[in-house]
Ligand binder design. Structure first.
Ligand SMILES: Cc1cc2nc3c(=O)[nH]c(=O)nc-3n(C[C@H](O)[C@H](O)[C@H](O)COP(=O)(O)OP(=O)(O)OC[C@H]3O[C@@H](n4cnc5c(N)ncnc54)[C@H](O)[C@@H]3O)c2cc1C
Length: 410
């Protein structure tokens, strides 16, 4: 069989599976009500996510591009793209796994030991163990290499003290990848180590952060004398920046290109909304829709460009930053248009009407996309330096031992 025929057979397998399973489990757009984020105490949503991930795993549809020896399917990006295309018509409840499967798993596969891959990858793919990313701190977000959470070796363990913030989903996670400072005498990028941390360890405290839309999507996470076994060092002692770069590149590619635009309104949805509201006779509305359609098309084309490169075996690079920036811009514009076209329904709705709060929620949620996974300003700097080849921003603190930087204590 040729590669194309294989791919067609794979598409048929995915489609057949979805046609049977999605309606049976309520994973269709009509039945989901459009709510995707999972708040604290929302056990039903956690169970729905876990059930979906396990079903995919058992159907041989989880970890498509991950090695078979660790529980993946050993397929290529071509199958991944087909899978993404086929699932777009449904609403699979998988939001809980975006960080684990999009960032933590690829990092373990890139820099982890065989023992770590053996231990953690399959339970992650089955959805039995959920993962989060513990990088940002109150004083270190864009400049994550300036973090001060400290890990000190003590016998066979490392003892961790410090605080993380904006940790998405930590409240329903078993594990996280944690970036901590191990060598303050080295310069800021060179003295960091990545660890696999069990969030059920003594000394870990997870505090919710309340958001403008009423949700509790992310958390502050405190570490007080938390012991992490040496075997959980990921990518070598003081190799944390290299490991974190792999995570962040995957994050931007996953946020910008590979993930479908399923958390915002598509232009097609907005055209339908405008039609229902009788707005298609308004030239301004039509102009806005045409503008959105073009922008959405650019997001799609950039995504295709990156996935084509991935299919050819290229490692995700700074072009992921371009895709993320353009996607964020489209998301904010489409959210604003959705709320505007919806009229009163954009600000008031009946509690018992599934999905009726979608326009308001999307409008409140999308600005966070300009911050999560690298702010717009930081991405523009990356694009300037690494895509356009412009002169680098001055980095006076790059080679100074971290301990000597003013205002930094680790
Ligand atoms: C929805 C959401 C989910 C998140 N989930 C996670 C998570 O799971 N794990 C995690 O570790 N983190 C997470 N974060 C944190 C995120 O990575 C940081 O918020 C982000 O890196 C920005 O850091 P900061 O908030 O400290 O802002 P700062 O870095 O303090 O930036 C403040 C402002 O200054 C600007 N700025 C900063 N440096 C520069 C510069 N060099 N040039 C120009 N402008 C600059 C920024 O663009 C921004 O406008 C999440 C954030 C959001 C919004």
């Amino acid at each position: 069989m040729s590669g194309e025929e294989d791919l067609q057979a794979f598409r048929t397998r995915v489609r057949t599976w979805l046609e049977k399973e999605a309606p049976a489990h309520g994973w269709t757009k009509e039945s989901s009500g459009g709510r995707r984020r999972i708040g604290r105490g929302d056990h039903a949503a956690v169970e729905r996510n876990k059930e979906c991930q396990l079903a995919l795993f058992e159907a041989g549809l989880a970890g498509l591009t991950w090695p078979e020896e660790f529980g993946g399917q050993g397929l290529t990006m071509r199958e991944q793209i087909v899978f993404t295309e086929e699932t777009r018509r449904y609403d699979l409840p998988l939001v809980m796994f975006i960080i684990g499967l999009g960032m933590c798993g690829p990092t373990i596969l890139a820099v982890g030991s065989d023992e770590q891959k053996q231990r953690y990858i399959e339970p992650m793919l089955r959805g039995d163990e959920v993962w989060c990313q513990l990088f940002s701190e109150p004083g270190a977000g864009s400049d994550v290499a300036g973090l001060t959470t400290r890990a000190v070796k003590d016998g066979e363990d490392w003892v961790v003290n410090g605080q993380k913030v904006w940790t998405s989903g930590a409240h329903h996670c078993e594990f996280g990848i944690l970036l901590a400072r191990t060598s303050p005498d080295k310069s800021k990028h060179k003295g960091l180590t990545m660890f696999i941390v069990d969030l059920r360890s003594p000394g870990v405290t997870i505090q919710p952060i309340k958001q403008i839309d009423g949700g509790e999507h992310f958390n502050e996470v405190f570490f007080d004398d938390v012991r992490i076994p040496d075997a959980n060092v990921l990518g070598g002692v003081d190799g944390g920046w290299h490991a974190a770069t792999a995570t962040l590149m995957n994050e931007r590619v996953s946020l910008g290109a590979v993930r479908p635009l399923d958390d915002v309104h598509s232009t097609d949805d907005l055209i339908e909304l405008a039609r229902r509201r009788g707005l298609l006779t308004d030239d301004g509305v039509v102009r806005d829709l045409a503008d959105l359609w073009m922008r959405e098309r650019v997001v799609g084309l950039l995504g295709e460009r990156i996935t084509t490169a991935l299919m050819q075996g290229t490692t995700p690079g700074p072009e992921g930053s371009v895709a993320k920036l353009v996607r964020t811009d489209f998301s904010n514009r489409s959210a604003e248009a959705g709320a505007r076209f919806a009229g009163a329904a954009g600000v008031a709705w009946r509690e018992d009407e599934a999905g009726a709060d979608g326009y308001a929620n999307t409008l409140l949620f999308t600005p966070s996309l300009s911050v999560a996974g690298g702010t717009d300003e930081v991405l523009k700097t990356i694009i300037g330096e690494r895509v356009l080849g412009l002169p680098k921003e001055p980095a006076h603190d790059r080679d100074t031992p971290f301990r000597e930087l003013s205002g930094r204590k680790a």
